[in-house]
Design a protein around this ligand. Structure first.
Ligand SMILES: Nc1nc2c(ncn2[C@@H]2O[C@H](COP(=O)(O)OP(=O)(O)OP(=O)(O)O)[C@@H](O)[C@H]2O)c(=O)[nH]1
Ligand SMILES: [Mg+2]
Length: 482
């Protein structure tokens, strides 16, 4: 049985789209200009937008992912602008104004803290940092979405939603999304996610601040475990917006990943290792904890709390005593959940992000086919592009996205998802790898029969197309098994 070679198909897809854009550029200066932007989009590293409610921990997560203190957290005004983090040297920021002006700022070791012009005049900020992680995936940090902060939400929408309509702003398009939520998602958040035009394959949900979930570190339950359980419920509430919700402590991940855990930190923490729970609670709450642990000052405690939170204090102290700073960093990284998220982001998710933006190219070709003076040329480019075998998964993915938008409860969504994610013909019909060929074949034939019968039932236009695509996917899978 053939299996799908994803990195091979990504390279082929990118070549194909570049050729398509080169062909588009032949249609005159205006199309050439659009082609340049689109070509840039399909060849750059995929872009992940981190979105979520105010103070959900977005910037902290950006820092955890880049393993640098790149994004301003807390209350600085910079956290209210959309910031794009890209790999590049030397470290610098470009502040793009709504009027098109670009202000350049050199960056020191820490994050950008001062804006060269008023926030209201800024479209977005691009920060270039020499960073291996950013070479694979660029990050977009966004201001919190919330009805309480209309201006912030507008800034995020301008970059991620309204910008999509405008090719000249293709540079700020996101290819996939990490949605942070520290409690049950609200209706406006669900609506916002739907407006992004992503699919569950290009959207990861994160239950953030998991280390303080529920009653927190001093409560009766381990907050991380509690959060893991609750994450399942949030995933169900988000329905067709995300395929998974991961519990995450951005704080532990950021502190561990940015080199903040020194020998001194570990030694200070280890001093608390043998205290019982109530005594430890006193250390956290008393004005002067030195009355309990001689030499352990309030400043030491506050510093530990800033970096590790209460969870790190309660559960990290024995690790610090037994395994020192190295063991503590390992424990924090593992407990934070950041490894699971990184694996997803750099694995399948990056692949779906590339499909997502290939669909954007098709959308753009559709739009130009309808409106551009040289629409015959665009139509020719579009039809040649769509006819390439390498576009099979892009067409399936587009149909998936359109069906989610038009008919979110469609029965065809699950078969579409399987056809896109399957790595072999068995996967397309939801059977495990290694299932005997005759069984796989008959499952495909049954699915084909059901799809053919569906022609008689009422379907939305998106479902109708999905049906056609799925027929093609089953036929292709049967073909591949010959
Ligand atoms: N305990 C705990 N605190 C966190 C975590 N992540 C972030 N915080 C804290 O929450 C506050 C807000 O974090 P930010 O990362 O600035 O949140 P944000 O979503 O970027 O905020 P805005 O951009 O202003 O919407 C900071 O004080 C962080 O230290 C976490 O995982 N656990
Ligand atoms: Mg922020």
């Amino acid at each position: 049985m053939t299996t799908v070679d994803r990195s091979g198909s990504l390279t082929a897809l990118s070549t194909l789209l570049v050729q398509a854009m080169d062909a588009l550029a032949q249609g005159g200066p205006d199309l050439a200009e659009r082609a340049v932007e689109l070509k840039d989009m399909v060849t750059r590293a995929p872009r992940v937008a981190v979105v979520g409610r105010l103070k959900a921990g977005k910037s902290t997560l950006v820092n955890a992912l880049t393993e640098h203190h790149t994004a301003a957290t807390g209350t600085l005004e910079c956290t209210m602008a959309v910031s794009l983090y890209l790999d590049g040297q030397p470290a610098r920021a470009e502040v793009l104004g709504l009027d098109g002006r670009v202000d350049r700022v050199t960056l020191g070791a820490g994050p950008l803290t001062d804006l060269p012009r008023p926030l209201e005049e800024i479209d977005h900020i691009r920060q270039y940092l020499p960073n291996a992680r950013l070479r694979e995936l660029s990050l977009i940090d966004t201001p919190g979405t919330a009805t309480l902060t209309v201006e912030n939400e507008q800034r995020t929408r301008r970059a991620l939603i309204d910008g999509r309509q405008d090719t000249r702003r293709a540079s700020s398009w996101a290819d996939c999304v990490v949605f942070l939520s520290d409690s049950a998602p609200r209706d406006d958040e669900r609506a916002f996610l739907a407006d992004l035009g992503m699919t569950p394959l290009s959207t990861i949900g994160v239950l953030s601040r998991a280390d303080s979930f529920g009653a927190g570190a001093f409560g009766p339950r381990d907050p991380l475990e509690h959060a893991r359980e609750h994450a399942q419920r949030i995933a169900a509430q988000l329905g067709t917006s995300v395929s998974t919700v991961l519990p995450l402590s951005g704080l532990l991940a950021e502190t561990a990943g940015t080199g903040q855990v020194t020998g001194e930190i570990a030694r200070n923490l280890a001093q608390l290792a043998d205290l019982d729970r109530d005594t430890l609670l006193d250390v956290v709450e008393l004005d002067d904890p030195a009355v309990i642990v001689p030499g352990f000052t309030a400043a030491m405690r506050d510093d530990l709390l800033d970096r590790l939170g209460e969870y790190g204090l309660v559960h990290g102290r024995a690790v610090a005593r037994d395994r020192g700073a190295v063991g503590l960093v390992e424990w924090m990284t593992r407990a934070s959940g950041v490894e699971e998220l990184t694996d997803l982001l750099t694995g399948d998710f990056a692949y779906f992000a590339v499909l997502q933006r290939a669909v954007r190219v098709l959308d753009e070709l559709d739009e130009l086919s309808a409106s551009h003076p040289n629409r015959d040329h665009v139509r020719w480019v579009r039809s040649v592009t769509l006819a390439q075998p390498g576009m099979h998964f892009v067409a399936l993915y587009r149909s998936y996205r359109n069906t989610i938008a038009a008919t979110p409860d469609s029965h065809l969504l699950e078969p579409l998802r399987r056809a896109i994610t399957a790595v072999d013909p068995a996967g397309v019909v939801g059977l495990p790898h290694g299932t005997p060929a005759d069984q796989v074949r008959s499952a495909h034939e049954q699915a084909l029969g059901e799809l053919q019968e569906m022609a008689m039932t009422p379907l939305s236009a998106a479902e109708d197309e999905a049906r056609e695509r799925l027929l093609g996917a089953h036929q292709a899978a049967l073909q591949a098994m010959r």
